[in-house]
Design a protein around this ligand. Structure first.
Ligand code: 5GP
Length: 206
């Protein structure tokens, strides 16, 4: 029995290279979930294998800035020289339809969501060891040494903001991290403040 019809806005964040994308994909492979991924918009160049409209909406800086002025983003950030943002309208439609919406975003954007959407659930994904993160950033093989160094510096700054999140999940094994996140989503749905209103309505109808 579902007590609240509106879906949860779940922010999956954490330093670049922690494995947010891999964990998110594992979540979507789990049975009995009604998750929707919010495809972000970016001005970054497409990496080999990335698909426009699936991994990101790839746009020019002009296009991004125009949308920004028009207030079309729930949040946005400039990350290592490129813009990234969450298109607002799709998120709202999916939440209204009762889906859990997953945003996979960096820390600055996550904190904007914290201020704008009071009942969003913020999850900070961390590596079991810092070294694992640096290795992952390097092994991607798609970025120059300069960009990798910038991302490492940025990751070190991002770690310090973990205390602003609702939950910290260690990405030791992808399947474990996904299990922990699913447990958080289920528990959040059962929280009294989210479900009491609908429960009272339900028993009145009995
Ligand atoms: P990448 O270039 O590796 O795909 O992404 C760089 C960083 O930007 C990652 O930490 C990623 O999670 C984050 N990111 C992706 N989409 C968005 C978005 O819409 N908003 C924000 N604030 N960050 C995003």
């Amino acid at each position: 029995m579902k007590l609240n019809e509106r879906g949860l806005l779940v922010v999956l964040s954490g330093p670049s290279g922690v494995g947010k994308g891999t964990v998110r994909k594992a979540l979507f492979d789990m049975p009995d979930q009604n998750l929707k991924y919010s495809v972000s918009m970016t001005t970054r160049k497409k990496r080999p294998g990335e698909v426009d409209g699936k991994d990101y909406y790839f746009v020019s800086r002009e296009e991004f800035e125009k949308r920004l002025e028009e207030g079309k983003f729930l949040e946005h950030a400039e990350f290592v020289g490129n813009y990234y943002g969450t298109p607002l309208d799709k998120v709202e439609d999916d939440l209204q339809a009762g889906n859990e919406v997953i945003l996979e975003i960096e820390v600055e954007g996550a904190l904007q969501v914290r201020n704008k959407v009071k009942d969003a659930v913020l999850i900070f994904l961390v590596p079991p060891k810092r070294e694992a993160l640096y290795q992952r950033l390097r092994s991607r093989g798609t970025e120059s040494e300069e960009v990798i160094q910038e991302r490492i510096k940025k990751a070190d700054r991002e770690f310090k903001l973990a205390y602003k999140y609702d939950y910290i999940v260690v990405n030791d094994e992808v399947a474990n991290a996904a299990d922990r996140i699913m447990a958080i989503i289920r528990a959040e749905h059962a929280k009294t403040e989210r479900s009491i209103h609908n429960y009272l309505k339900l028993i009145e109808e009995d």
